[in-house]
Design a protein around this ligand. Structure first.
Ligand code: 5RP
Length: 224
């Protein structure tokens, strides 16, 4: 079993009957969704889910999970999601799957957030993974130029046909190849204040626990 599957299954074991669960996006989160669907069937659990992307919504639905729109649930007990980088301070970069806008909306409405990662995602300092910034299409070239002037090394994310990738909300993603982010909080505030930026992939003070898989097969649970 690979590390992503291991941590996905471990995280699914934390879900309790009658919970409302936020389902993350990406390959690791997909393992968790599959493991949850299996548990729901085998243990006859009553679980309500909300998804963080159209892809996860479709996966959960296809597996028979009780999937709701965000507006249909009162509160989310637990959200389990992947991440692209996690620092020792439990700050992270997300959005490798371009789903960070919905992922953050669900995360901030959740009583508890768990990330599931393999140990390659643990870093001393954030920034080696390009930071995704979701921007509205209108005026996005100006944002790109601004990022270039600031030496943020921007690149529009492209889809498999070579066109600018569209998020689930119909926006573009500009990835910033920053190498090192000295002050994630300050950068998060700078990006958030820019007109045309919808959301960035810095997740600050959001996650409560990180489940880490390693090649030895051990799974470690790190708590804030
Ligand atoms: C999607 C995300 C994913 O959670 C992140 O990219 C990790 O993905 P994977 O589990 O496939 O490595 O943030 O927007």
């Amino acid at each position: 079993m690979n590390q992503k599957q291991q941590v996905g299954e471990k995280a699914a074991s934390f879900i309790e009957n009658n919970m409302t669960v936020g389902l993350g996006t990406g390959s690791t989160a997909s393992y968790m969704v599959e493991a949850l669907a299996k548990r729901v069937k085998e243990e006859n659990l009553t679980i309500e889910c909300v998804a963080t992307s159209i892809a996860t919504f479709n996966l959960a639905k296809s597996l028979g999970l009780n999937i709701k729109e965000l507006s249909e649930v009162d509160e989310i007990d637990l959200t389990i999601d992947g991440a692209d980088e996690v620092s020792p301070e439990f700050q992270g970069i997300k959005g490798g799957g371009a789903a960070h806008l919905f992922e953050k909306i669900v995360a901030v409405r959740s009583k508890k957030n768990i990330w599931i990662v393999d140990d390659s995602k643990l870093v001393d300092q954030l920034g080696a993974f390009p930071l995704p910034v979701e921007v509205v299409q209108f005026g996005s070239d100006y944002l790109y130029d601004y990022f270039a002037e600031k030496d943020y090394h921007p690149a529009f994310r492209l889809d498999e046909t070579g066109e600018k990738l569209l998020t689930d909300s119909g926006n573009y993603v500009i990835d910033l190849a920053l190498e090192k982010i000295e002050n994630p909080q300050a950068l998060a505030e700078e990006l958030k204040a820019m007109v045309g930026v919808v959301e960035h992939g810095l997740f600050i003070d959001i996650v409560d626990q990180v489940i880490v898989g390693s090649s030895s097969g051990e799974v470690e649970i790190q708590s804030k």
